[in-house]
Write a protein that binds this ligand. Structure first.
Ligand code: ADP
Ligand code: ADP
Length: 225
């Protein structure tokens, strides 16, 4: 993993401050959830770290690099969204191989990696299927596999389980936590579900109106100091 540091990060839309001078420091290997109501700036924060949105002000550091000016694919960051956004015309294996091909990896290395990561998410038997042939939970596992296949030190997840039913959510929450422990990635996990945040995170960062309201371990949250 790599540490993540946000220093006075601000994003405005017109006169509206979606993210308002946000400071956030996440040590290497930690799993932090961003928890907060809809519109509190969680996704915008994640998208700025990923490099899909440019902040108006402030600095974003990943490890020892200021990444604010780096394009998304140079930041060493994997991303999983709520809507899995798998390519419908590609098989599972082709979807997962895509980030490796973009980085110019050779065919046989690519195949090895794809096999390993599909084993990791327990879907080796589905390599040749198309996304529409999979359940929602299976599609989300594939999206996860695609996000980690290039060994990114940082993984960002934006409501990754939001489209799934409660039982499946709980199963996948557990799997994500186990994979986090196993891979040693630094992870930021966006959710508006307090139960989910408390269940999976090392620390919970509560956002409101584009600001950090509080941050702490799940058992200290909402307690008076
Ligand atoms: P959250 O993820 O907490 O629901 P977002 O980061 O998606 O919040 O959005 C924060 C605020 O910024 C919301 O009020 C949203 O409407 C606004 N916003 C987000 N993206 C845009 C955009 N591209 N243009 C205008 N307003 C936006
Ligand atoms: P470079 O592309 O400058 O040769 P490296 O070979 O060290 O960089 O890293 C390969 C990829 O890993 C880069 O494309 C970059 O996206 C990512 N990366 C490396 N170091 C960092 C860092 N400290 N923070 C964020 N991303 C990094």
């Amino acid at each position: 993993g790599r540490s993540i540091l946000l220093n006075g990060v601000t994003k405005t839309y017109g006169n509206f401050r979606a993210v308002d001078s946000l400071d956030l420091s996440i040590p290497e290997g930690e799993l932090v959830t961003l928890l907060g109501p809809s519109g509190s700036g969680k996704s915008t924060t994640l998208m700025m770290i990923a490099g899909f949105t440019t902040p108006d002000d402030g600095e974003i550091w990943v490890g020892d690099r200021q990444v604010t000016q780096l394009p998304a694919h140079r930041r060493g960051i994997g991303v999983v969204f709520q809507q899995y956004a798998l390519f419908p015309h590609m098989t599972v294996a082709e979807n997962v191989a895509f980030p490796l091909q973009m980085r110019g990896m050779g065919r046989s290395d690519c195949q090895d990696r794809v096999r390993r990561v599909l084993d990791l998410v327990e879907l080796p038997q589905l390599a040749d299927r198309y996304p529409t042939e999979l359940s929602g939970g299976q599609q989300q596992r594939v999206a996860f596999a695609r996000a980690i296949v290039f060994d990114p030190p940082v993984l960002l997840l934006d409501e990754p389980l939001g489209a799934l039913d409660k039982k499946l959510r709980e199963t996948l929450q557990l799997e994500i936590k186990l994979l986090h422990a196993r891979l040693g990635l630094t992870m930021i996990y966006v959710t508006h579900d307090q139960g989910e945040a408390l269940a999976i995170s090392d620390r919970v960062a509560v956002m409101n109106h584009g600001k950090l309201e509080q941050i702490g371990k799940p058992d200290t949250l909402y307690e008076e100091p």
